[in-house]
Design a protein around this ligand. Structure first.
Ligand code: ADP
Ligand code: MG
Length: 682
């Protein structure tokens, strides 16, 4: 028997070329192949008679070949083979294009099973390129439920089918991780059956059951992982904070906090006096002022003699937090430092020594902060900004390090409530449902290339009014295959030919950390009029003087992502604009973009995104820091997710510490999942 970790190249018919194609789909091992699930199925189980065939509806039928196949060579590259078939109800003409070899195997006077759709009117019914098999053959393309796999260039569904079938024949499927009691309660197939049935379902219903089991399994693992983290933390003790006076902090603020900010801060203050580690999520739309909530929490930790750490997902954001918070806290006597990958080894070493000696109160940095090399003198609070990028992996890493600290995570991704419950099942939630006063709604427009001249004029107008503009492109470099705007080239074009008199800057993710910081800082100081960037600026960047966000090839981005990008403007008191440029004619895509033009409510947009793309994409790989859900991409119903979550709670209660084979296997799967999510951060 082969193992799940064996390479796909051990399969018959998988040489270097196939291996490369599989690699493009992230399939390297037999396990990957067995976990490469169909994206859908074609029900080819039912046989109909020829007279019941409906135009354009593919179906299976049994028919006898009534004429020997005749091939005509029309021109180079075009062979046409014709036959006539019949059953007791009707005759049918079939045409094969460029299938001379296989079509000529059809024997005059023999019955075959065909699968195809007729076209044309009733009198002239015709069928082209049906699949067919001998009546006595093992069903492969007819008389079965046919899985349809996600594929890549050069790799056919048939080749995928064959490889998967071989793998299943020589390799055991992943072991069972769901206890029998839970399987029975939720009507869940055993692992062995599900992994077979997802690839070789006996019926559509069988496929549905398999799918349900695998989605359930995936979320069960995830949810059980969160539950384990939560249980581990609930048993811990930390000192209860007693100094909770925020008056000096409020006095130092340049503005009054919103009611929502105040509410979140009191919820945090309450957590901090309980003596158990806080585990709270602050969820608020872009621009709702989460940073000040974080600052208040940090102030409380420091007031109680502790250090606080603020982790940001990007260097730019860390730099920006450092900039604004060191200014805010200096008069209050709080010592704020910045620890990012941009520092030299020597600088990092010195800073780490000082942190370990307790010379800094608030340490701001990227995820380097959670790596093992940073030690704190007395860490009391960890704040993770823009949580959806930071991911559960970091949360688990913190608790693994045995840091019994308060944890505050902040997310601007307005995840629909149901999903939030699952994603953040281990957290309490505070919601900032209010924007600071005086904000005007950002006006959003969808335009195509016909508006280019007017758009350029509009950018110039903003610059003349001393405002700034972001231009976001989907790619860093020119890419021959996809005709997308590249930030590098577009920045040059704008500077050289469109706005020679304006200051155009460029920012993208492939730049060095220090370089990015310098550019961002200079843009924040209004030293450039236009910043052409990739989505590195998607998260958190705060330049209140910027009033225009232009997104090129907007159809390339998800709704929630566009909403994040739009959130980069409208942060000051001037009217701001977002212009989505897209040439797409696809009605659905245009509707999606239009939806963004008509609302600025992040939660509504998230719901719409969820409706359009399904939870699979919501948890998708794009958002690094989250585990990648494979089956969920099949599209899944929230009910299954909720059941899986409930089941994981049952599991913790009933046998969380038990050493049953399922529980042991489950624990190791949890570790793999969370480690993989961790991997996507590095
Ligand atoms: P986000 O929730 O997106 O992280 P920020 O914390 O970056 O939002 O705040 C957005 C902008 O609003 C910042 O410029 C911040 O200084 C400002 N701000 C925050 N709270 C208030 C408030 N209560 N009144 C006025 N401006 C505020
Ligand atoms: Mg923020």
């Amino acid at each position: 028997m082969a193992k799940l970790t064996d390479p796909v190249t051990m399969l018959k018919g998988v040489g270097p070329t196939k291996a490369k194609q599989f690699a493009a789909l992230n399939i390297f091992t037999l396990g990957d192949l067995i976990c490469h699930f169909p994206r859908g199925y074609e029900d080819r189980t039912k046989l109909v008679t020829i007279d019941k065939l409906q135009p354009d509806v593919p179906a299976c039928f049994k028919a006898m070949v009534m004429s020997a196949p005749r091939t005509a060579h029309i021109r180079k590259g075009l062979d046409v083979t014709k036959i006539t078939v019949a059953d007791a109800t009707a005759r049918l003409n079939i045409t094969f294009f460029n299938q001379k070899y296989s079509a000529e195997q059809l024997q005059y006077g023999t019955e075959y099973i065909f699968y195809g759709a007729v076209s044309g009117d009733f009198i002239g019914y015709n069928m082209t390129n049906p699949a067919f098999e001998a009546v006595t053959s093992t069903p492969v393309t007819t008389r079965r439920v046919l899985p349809v796999y996600p594929l890549t260039a050069g790799l056919s569904n048939g080749a995928m089918l064959k490889a998967v079938r071989q793998a299943l024949a020589i390799c055991p499927v992943p072991e069972e991780i769901i206890p029998e009691s839970i399987r029975r309660q939720y009507g869940i197939l055993p692992a062995e059956r599900a992994y077979y049935a997802i690839h070789e379902p006996a019926s559509m219903q069988d496929a549905e059951l398999a799918k349900k089991r695998l989605i359930f399994e995936e979320f069960f693992v995830f949810s059980a992982g969160l539950s384990l983290m939560r249980a581990a933390r609930a048993g811990k003790q930390v000192p209860a904070y007693s100094k909770l006076d925020l008056t000096p902090f409020y006095k130092a603020l340049p503005f009054l906090l919103t009611a929502a900010q105040n509410r979140a801060i009191s919820e945090i203050a309450e957590d901090l006096q309980k003596g158990v580690p806080m585990n709270r999520l602050v969820q608020g739309d872009v621009g709702s002022g989460k940073t000040m909530v974080a600052a208040a929490a940090a102030y409380l930790a420091v007031s109680n003699g502790k250090q606080a750490a603020l982790m940001a997902p990007t260097e730019i954001l860390a730099e920006q937090h450092h900039h604004s918070l060191s200014r805010l806290f200096a008069p209050l006597g709080l010592r704020v430092c910045l620890l990012t990958g941009g520092l030299t080894q020597k600088q990092k070493k010195t800073l780490r020594e000082e942190i370990a000696a307790g010379q800094w109160d608030l340490v701001i940095g990227t995820h380097a902060l959670v790596t093992d090399s940073t030690r704190f003198a007395d860490l009391g609070l960890v704040i993770a900004d823009e949580q959806h990028r930071f991911g559960v992996a970091q949360r688990s890493k913190l608790s693994e390090k045995g840091l019994d600290v308060h944890v505050l995570v902040m997310s601007a991704t307005p995840i629909p409530r149901t999903l939030a419950l699952i994603m953040y099942g281990d957290l309490e939630v505070s919601v900032l449902d209010e924007l600071p006063p005086g904000r005007q709604q950002t006006q959003t427009f969808l335009v195509n290339e016909d508006y280019r001249a007017r758009l350029n004029g509009f950018i110039r107008k903003q610059a003349q009014e001393n405002h700034q503009c972001f231009v976001v492109c989907p790619a860093v470099e020119e890419n021959g295959e996809l005709d997308l705007k590249s930030a590098t080239v577009w920045a040059e074009t704008l500077q050289k030919t469109v706005f020679p008199d304006l200051r155009v800057a460029l920012l993208h993710g492939q730049m060095k950390g220090s370089e990015k910081e310098a550019i961002m800082e200079s843009f924040a100081k209004n030293e450039a009029d236009v910043l052409v960037a990739t989505t590195v600026i998607e998260v958190g960047v705060d330049v209140p003087n910027a009033t225009l966000m232009v997104v090129e090839d907007a159809d390339r981005f998800g709704l929630s992502q566009l909403h994040q990008l739009r959130g980069r403007v409208g942060r000051g008191n001037a009217q701001s604009y977002c212009v989505l440029v897209s040439q797409t004619k696809n009605a659905e895509t245009r509707a999606r973009l239009k939806a963004l033009c008509s609302t600025t409510d992040g939660f509504k947009i998230a719901e719409e995104d969820l409706r359009l793309r399904g939870p699979g994409d919501f948890f998708g790989a794009r958002q690094s820091g989250l585990p990648v859900f494979r089956v969920a991409n099949l599209s899944c119903d929230l009910q299954t997710l909720q059941q899986a979550q409930q089941a994981s709670k049952d599991w913790i209660e009933q046998e969380g510490t038990a050493q049953t084979p399922e529980s042991i296997a489950l624990r190791s799967r949890i570790k793999v999942l969370f480690d993989r999510a961790q991997g996507t951060m590095n």
